[in-house]
Design a protein around this ligand. Structure first.
Ligand code: CIR
Length: 253
C-alpha cells in the first residue's frame, strides 16, 4: 500500500513565504476544502493517507514535500531554505520514523524537497533560492552508497525544480522549457506545458493516474493525448501560496 503523508493547513497560511508572485488574499475555508478534496483523490487512487494535524505557527507546513526526499531505500530529512520553514521537519521525522530509515542534511546545506527530482538513480536538485551546492555535496555523500548520483540544475524565474519539470511516468517528463533547460535530462520523452499555462509543469503520478490542477486544461489535453489518465483537483487557493500538487504530500511506497 502506498502511504501519503499530508498535513492540515495552518491557521496562519496567509503568512506563507512568496517568491515569484504577489500576495493576494487567501480564503482559508476554500483552501481547506480544496485540501480535503486532494486527500480524497489520493484515497480514491488507493493511498493510505496519514494526515498530520496543523502546525499553528508554521504557515507553509501544508507543503510537506519540502521536508523530505523519499527514496525506496531511505528518506532524507531536508533543511528547508526559508528560515520560517526549518521547524517543519520535526514532526515529519516522527511521522516517517515508523515507515523508513532516515538520514539528515546539516547546516550550511539547505534544500527543499520541491527542488529534488528523482529519476531512477539520478537525482536532480534545482539551484533555487532555497537549495544550495552544499546540499548537493551532502546528498552525494549520503546517497552515493545506494548508487545515486546527485547533480544541480539551473532554474529561471520559478520557485523550485518541480515548478519547472516533473515525472509523468518512468520515461516521460512534463516540462516548461522557459524555467529549466530540457537538455539536462537525457534519455527522456517530454510533454511541454501549453505556452499559455507556464505553471502547469507540476503533476503527481499515483497508481497509473496523474493528479493535475484543473486550472490547466490545455496542458491536461496534452497529457491525455499521450494516453495518460488525468484526475483533476482544484488547488487555486494553494496556488496563491505558490504551491501545487506534488508539494502537498510525501509519497512513501
Ligand atoms: C514556499 O514558498 O516555501 C511556499 N509558500 C510554497 C512551497 C511549495 N512547495 C512545493 O512546491 N514543493
Amino acid at each position: 500500500m502506498v502511504n501519503a503523508i499530508t498535513r492540515e493547513i495552518s491557521p496562519r497560511f496567509a503568512e506563507c513565504e512568496l517568491t515569484h508572485i504577489e500576495r493576494i488574499p487567501i480564503d482559508l475555508t476554500i483552501a481547506r476544502a480544496q485540501h480535503c478534496e486532494y486527500i480524497k483523490v489520493l484515497q480514491e487512487l488507493g493511498c493510505n493517507v496519514i494526515e498530520l494535524p496543523a502546525e499553528p505557527d508554521l504557515p507553509d507546513s501544508v507543503f510537506v514535500e519540502d521536508t523530505a526526499i523519499i527514496l525506496p531505500e531511505v528518506a532524507v530529512i531536508t533543511r528547508p531554505g526559508a528560515d520560517s520553514r526549518k521547524p517543519e521537519t520535526e514532526s515529519i521525522v516522527r511521522a516517517l520514523t515508523p515507515l523508513i530509515d532516515l538520514v539528515h542534511v546539516h547546516a550550511p546545506a539547505t534544500v527543499d524537497g520541491g527542488d529534488v527530482l528523482v529519476l531512477g538513480k539520478r537525482i536532480y536538485v534545482g539551484l533555487s533560492t532555497r537549495s544550495n551546492s552544499e546540499a548537493i555535496q551532502q546528498l552525494n555523500a549520503l546517497l552515493g552508497g545506494f548508487g545515486y548520483s546527485v547533480t544541480g540544475v539551473e532554474l529561471h524565474n520559478c520557485l523550485h525544480l518541480k515548478s519547472a519539470v516533473t515525472r509523468v511516468d518512468g520515461q516521460t517528463l512534463l516540462i516548461n522549457q522557459n524555467y529549466v533547460d530540457l537538455a539536462g535530462f537525457e534519455n527522456f520523452d517530454f510533454i511541454e506545458v501549453d505556452p499559455s499555462e507556464p505553471d502547469a509543469a507540476n503533476c503527481l503520478p499515483i497508481a497509473g493516474s496523474i493528479i493535475f490542477p484543473i486550472a490547466f486544461p490545455k496542458t491536461r489535453a496534452r497529457l491525455e493525448e499521450r494516453g495518460h489518465n488525468v484526475v483533476t483537483v482544484d488547488v487555486s487557493e494553494l496556488a496563491k501560496a505558490e504551491g501545487a500538487v506534488t508539494c502537498c504530500s510525501l509519497i512513501v511506497d
